[in-house]
Design a protein around this ligand. Structure first.
Ligand SMILES: C[S@@+](CC[C@H](N)C(=O)[O-])C[C@H]1O[C@@H](n2cnc3c(N)ncnc32)[C@H](O)[C@@H]1O
Length: 190
């Protein structure tokens, strides 16, 4: 499946992805897995999830149209950047999040490698896994193997770059068809 054009999607992204109820559910589930302190949200999108977090969030995204919305929610705290080349020093960040990103990335390994680079030892990465599988399960279908964000794949890519599983969670996709339950995985840098 090709990536949606987020320059076009931006105008109706929030209203078609569950709006604030989905964002609040995601933010609170993510925060339960994070250590205290600020977070770098990779693929911040319109900032709807980041703005629902109760901590300081810096957000990056590739799409200027998505960032146009994010900057209104997080003024001065968003920038355009590629998840595979983050604007952060090595071992400088204590928490990184990536919600609904890895299923889009043909080269999710590059994201895991980059997240591992910027995380400080003991830092935590929280990401969604099995995103499309969650939709299929909610529709009553079985998951298809081989997804870019398949949990086993993310775990094994993480291990390659020194990240090990330290937690898991989920959030309900309020406002989505059949209200899927989206799994979250937390990885820590050893
Ligand atoms: C499904 S949206 C998720 C947005 C947000 N995390 C949320 O949960 O609402 C995916 C986002 O990933 C961004 N994206 C896609 N590829 C990217 C990349 N290589 N680096 C940074 N952002 C990327 C898109 O522009 C889009 O904003």
């Amino acid at each position: 499946m090709t990536m949606p054009d987020y320059e076009v999607e931006a105008a109706h992204y929030d209203s078609t992805r569950g709006g604030e109820p989905r964002a609040r559910a995601a933010a609170s589930a993510v925060e339960r897995l994070l250590p205290p302190g600020p977070v770098l949200d990779v693929a911040v999108g319109t900032g709807i999830v980041a703005a629902a977090m109760t901590r300081q969030v810096i957000g990056v995204d590739l799409s200027l149209s998505m960032l146009g919305h994010a900057t209104q929610r997080l003024p001065g705290r968003v920038a355009q950047a590629d998840a595979r080349r983050l604007p952060a020093r090595s071992s400088s960040v204590s928490a990184v999040t990536a919600i609904w990103l890895l299923h889009l990335m043909p080269d999710s390994e590059a994201v895991l490698r980059e997240v591992a680079r910027v995380l400080r030892p003991g830092g935590v990465f929280v990401c969604t896994v099995d995103k499309r599988a969650a939709h299929r399960l909610a529709e009553g279908n079985i998951a298809m193997p081989g997804a870019r964000d398949e949990r086993a794949r993310v775990e094994s890519l993480g291990a390659r770059y020194g990240l090990s599983v330290c937690g898991e969670g989920s959030f309900v996709g309020h406002g989505q068809d059949f209200e899927p339950v989206f799994p979250l995985l937390a990885l820590t840098k050893g």
